[in-house]
Design a protein. Structure first.
Length: 193
C-alpha cells in the first residue's frame, strides 16, 4: 500500500443513510479475484440505466461537477449489508481515498482501513454542514491523517478519531502482510530454533 499522510480532494455528497455494500458494488460484479477493475461498477444501479450502458443524468456522481472527486461524503451506517471486501476495492478503484460519514458498518469500516481507505466519522451537525456546502459549491477538503483533522479554505475545521494501530499502518503504507514481514528475521530465528 502507498503511504497516506495528507489527503486533498473534491467532495462527492451521497446524501443517503444505510448505503449497503450491494449498492456500492452489486453481487454480479464480484467475479474478479484481483483488487482492480471494480470502480467501473461502483453504484452501478444508481449510476446507469437498467441495461447498464447509459449514465443516469439525475445521479450526482455522473455530473461533470463531481468528476474526479476523491472524498465521499455520506450519512449514517455507510457500508452496511454483506461483508464483501469488494466494496472498498470499488471505491478505491473509482478514485475515492477518504469516506466521511456519520457512522459505518463495523466490517466495512475495518475493510476500508485494511485496504488503504481512510473512513472518518463526524457528528451529524458536521455532516449536515458539509452536505450543505458540497451541494451549493465545489467543496475541496484537506484531510491530515497525521494531525487527524479535516478542513477547508473557508473556515470549516474539525478533528477525528482513528485507532493508533491503523493510523500507523496508513502512515507507513503497510498492510497486515507487510507488518508481519517486518518481523521476518525474528520469525526465521524462531523457526530455526
Amino acid at each position: 500500500m502507498a503511504r497516506k499522510i495528507n489527503y486533498s480532494g473534491k467532495v462527492f455528497p451521497l446524501n443517503r443513510d444505510n448505503v449497503d455494500t450491494d449498492q456500492i458494488i452489486p453481487k454480479q460484479f464480484l467475479k474478479r479475484i484481483e483488487r482492480k477493475g471494480f470502480g467501473q461498477f461502483l453504484f452501478f444501479h444508481w449510476r446507469f440505466e437498467d441495461k447498464g450502458g447509459k449514465l443516469k443524468q439525475d445521479f450526482l456522481l455522473n455530473s461533470p461537477r463531481y468528476k474526479n472527486s476523491k472524498i465521499l461524503l455520506s450519512g449514517k451506517n455507510f457500508g452496511c449489508g454483506s461483508s464483501r471486501e469488494h466494496a472498498p476495492w470499488a471505491l478505491q478503484d473509482f478514485g475515492f481515498n477518504v469516506v466521511i460519514a456519520e457512522s459505518f458498518a463495523d466490517i466495512f469500516y475495518n475493510n476500508c482501513l485494511k485496504n488503504g481507505i481512510l473512513p472518518i466519522k463526524l457528528s451529524s451537525k458536521e455532516i449536515e454542514k458539509l452536505f450543505e456546502r458540497a451541494t451549493e459549491e465545489e467543496l475541496i477538503l484537506e484531510v491530515s491523517l497525521e494531525n487527524q483533522t479535516v478542513q477547508d479554505s473557508k473556515g470549516f475545521y474539525t478533528t477525528f478519531e482513528v485507532d493508533p494501530y491503523w493510523k500507523t499502518m496508513l502512515l507507513e503504507g503497510l498492510d497486515e502482510i507487510d507488518l508481519t514481514l517486518k518481523y521476518e528475521e525474528k520469525i526465521r530465528q524462531f523457526e530455526n530454533k
